[in-house]
Design a protein around this ligand. Structure first.
Ligand code: 6GU
Length: 224
């Protein structure tokens, strides 16, 4: 997979890719991340990328021309499966969407800022609009990092134990069951005996029951 991220604030986005699982995925060659600073595609000495909105109103809007230049340049080099625009008015990200996007080969992710992008960017280039929840962030960068993490961890070979993404919360539309590690007794609080029994079919059954119970209690909406 290759991901090209277009942003006015690359420095806000870089660190999540420089640690832990994402870093290892990049080092293993399982994913390539390329950052494109929108200012590099702007005109003139001021490196202008945003402007006031027509009709008046507070907040700046990212201009169509630098974004057009950047996306057109990228598309000359390869075909893209999606041009994703990160915006609070997009479709809310969930595990099903992450699973689906993780199967794509080449992605462009455009980070919104200020009041967003000129509508013509959306009309011309964007194939998919994604939000990470019903709250507002200062820009799309942190949301893009969240999206990238959710899809990259699903790529084959990224997680050490390949089955572990399959047992995540939300795969199967269920929350994950409780987990425990040593010690088996902590200040009188015991680990459920079944987990120490070595009876794996029974353990699996217990985990399924616990997942269902947790989901019923905390997220009944997932069961509907
Ligand atoms: Cl994708 N962008 C911004 N600016 N705020 C958000 C968001 C995205 N998703 C949730 N809030």
């Amino acid at each position: 997979m290759r991901i090209d991220i277009i942003t006015v604030l690359p420095e806000l986005l870089k660190s999540p890719f420089e640690a832990s699982i994402l870093k290892r995925a990049i080092e293993k060659g399982l994913v390539e991340i390329h950052f494109h600073n929108l200012r590099d595609y702007s005109k003139g000495n001021y490196k202008q990328v945003d402007d006031y909105q027509f009709g008046g109103g507070a907040g700046m809007v990212l201009m169509v021309e630098p974004i057009d230049k950047c996306i057109t340049q990228l598309k000359k080099e390869r075909d893209y499966d999606e041009v994703i625009y990160m915006t609070p008015d997009g479709d809310t990200l969930n595990q099903a969407a992450a699973n689906e996007i993780s199967l794509k080969k080449n992605l462009i992710i455009l980070c919104g800022h200020y009041k967003g992008v000129d509508q013509r960017v959306r009309d011309l280039f964007v194939t998919r609009e994604i939000s990470i929840g019903d709250y507002v962030l200062s820009g799309g960068e942190l949301a893009a990092a969240v999206l990238c993490d959710s899809i990259i961890r699903l790529l084959p070979g990224v997680l050490n134990d390949e089955t572990s993404a399959l047992t995540d919360t939300f795969q199967d539309n269920l929350l994950a069951p409780p987990v425990y590690t040593r010690p088996s007794n902590y200040k009188g609080m015991e680990v459920p005996e079944i987990l120490l029994s070595g009876d794996f079919p029974k353990i699996e059954q217990w985990r399924e029951e616990q997942a269902l119970e947790r989901t019923t209690k905390k997220r009944p909406d997932l069961l509907r």
